[in-house]
Every structure is written in structure tokens, then in C-alpha cells.
Design a protein around this ligand. Structure first.
Ligand code: HPA
Length: 245
């Protein structure tokens, strides 16, 4: 059976209901991951869990050691990765509380360590990244969302910005012209590093605020926290359904 790893984002620094069998303090050639990798049983299934921002939540999106995180999960035995990401909604369908399982991503980040393929290489390697997310894993997520009666979009384009600040209204208007539906800060380089390690990867995105200029006011941490508090049980239920299948 496939060993899934879950990368928990903001609002999901721990997975209650996970019966932990091992706490793996792993070191990698790229340094330490954000937190120990937890191995355990969730929904009757062996699973690995890693808190992307550390536990407690303390590592900003641009400072996450994505290479160490992906390397650690691969070496702990992960065979597929479900990433959970809190995002802002750009497309009118992406209201607060809506889920999106993106099919594409545009990388607007800069200066992040974004590849394993550097330094003294035998060959320069260019991985195919036409379709950044694994189709079968996306289907499992959308099926679980549908069964759970969640409002969701089965596709969407994820804009990954550098953060940690939120965007300006003009930046969001530009992302919209680029065809982006949701915006977050952690989708890249995570997705491409998974691809470089040949790990199927998909993203379960929860909209926690309308992106800049998409509502009448400004964006507050309070509204984001409230949306996370309201949505997180649904996230856990979706993950449980995916694993139970
Ligand atoms: N922009 C970028 N990242 C985010 C947002 C946003 O509006 N909301 C949650 N993560």
C-alpha cells in the first residue's frame, strides 16, 4: 500500500487522531526539516506527517527548508505527498471556506533553494513539470471533497508569491490577468522538489481570505485564523477519507 505523507500548512501543525508510532528527528544533506517527521496511523493507515512551518508554527514561508522537508519525507519512506495549503481567493468562485485542488501553478517566488540538481552533477537534469500535480492524487482529493459535501473546485491555478507580506491590489490584479485563481506562499518550490524526487504530489488548498482587492476591506489575521478554525475539521476529514480509500 502506498505510504502517504501529509505536509500540514498554517492551521495544521498537528494532526489529531494520528496515533504516533515514531518521531523521526532526521538530518538531511540540506539541513534539518521544519519539524520531526511523525510516523503513525491515521484513519487505519500508516502515514507520515510533517508540519511545514514547524510545530509550533514559527517558520515563515520564505524560510521553510523545502529541500530538507522533501528529502526527509522521501527517506522516511513517503511514496506520495498530499500538501495542505491555506490560500487567498482570486477567482470569484474561491470564497472563504472554499476548497481548491489546483491543476497548475505559477511560481512568483525568488531566492528560495528550489532544486536538488545543482553543484557537481554528472548530467544537468531538467525535470518535466508541464503538469505539476499528480492526476490520480488530485482525483482522490476531489472524490473525498465531493463525498464530504465540501464546496470545492477540482482545478485551479495557484499563484505562489514570496511573502511573508500579503499582496497589493495591483499585484492580485496582475495574477488574475495571468490566469491565477488562488494565491499562497508555500506551493513552490515544494511541488517541484517532490517532482525531482519522483514523488507524486497534490495540493489541498483551503481559501482563508479574499485576496487583496477582492473584498471591501483589508485582510486581517483575525479573519484568516477564523477561516482556518472553521475549515480545519473539513481538511482532516478529507485527508482521512483519502487515506481510508
Ligand atoms: N496571499 C498569499 N498567501 C496567502 C493568502 C493571500 O491572500 N492567504 C493565505 N495565504
Amino acid at each position: 500500500m502506498t505510504v502517504y505523507a501529509i505536509i500540514g500548512g498554517t492551521g495544521l501543525t498537528e494532526l489529531d487522531g494520528l496515533t504516533i508510532s515514531a518521531v523521526l528527528n532526521l538530518d538531511t544533506p540540506y539541513g534539518a526539516p521544519s519539524a520531526p517527521v511523525l510516523r503513525g496511523n491515521y484513519a487505519g493507515r500508516e502515514v507520515l506527517f510533517l508540519a511545514r512551518h514547524g510545530h509550533p508554527h514559527r517558520i515563515a514561508p520564505h524560510q521553510v527548508n523545502y529541500r530538507a522537508n522533501l528529502w526527509a519525507l522521501k527517506h522516511a519512506g513517503a511514496q506520495a505527498i498530499v500538501a495542505v495549503n491555506a490560500v487567498g481567493g482570486i477567482h470569484p468562485a474561491m470564497g472563504t471556506g472554499h476548497f481548491c485542488v489546483p491543476h497548475q501553478i505559477i511560481d512568483y517566488t525568488s531566492g528560495r533553494e528550489h532544486t536538488f540538481f545543482e553543484g557537481e552533477l554528472e548530467h544537468v537534469t531538467h525535470v518535466d513539470f508541464s503538469y505539476p500535480y499528480d492526476a490520480a492524487l488530485r482525483e482522490q482529493l476531489t472524490a473525498a471533497l465531493a463525498t464530504g459535501g465540501c464546496a470545492f473546485s477540482g482545478e485551479g491555478v495557484y499563484a505562489c508569491t514570496q511573502g511573508p507580506r500579503l499582496e497589493t491590489v495591483a499585484e492580485i490584479a496582475r495574477l488574475e490577468r495571468d490566469g491565477c485563481d488562488i494565491v499562497g506562499m508555500t506551493g513552490m518550490p515544494e511541488a517541484v522538489l517532490a517532482r525531482e524526487l519522483e514523488l507524486p504530489y497534490a495540493c489541498l488548498a483551503l481559501v482563508v481570505n479574499p485576496a487583496a482587492g477582492k473584498s471591501t476591506g483589508i485582510i486581517t489575521m483575525a479573519e484568516i485564523e477564523q477561516a482556518l478554525a472553521e475549515g480545519i475539521d473539513k481538511v482532516k476529514a478529507v485527508l482521512a477519507r483519502v487515506l481510508a480509500e
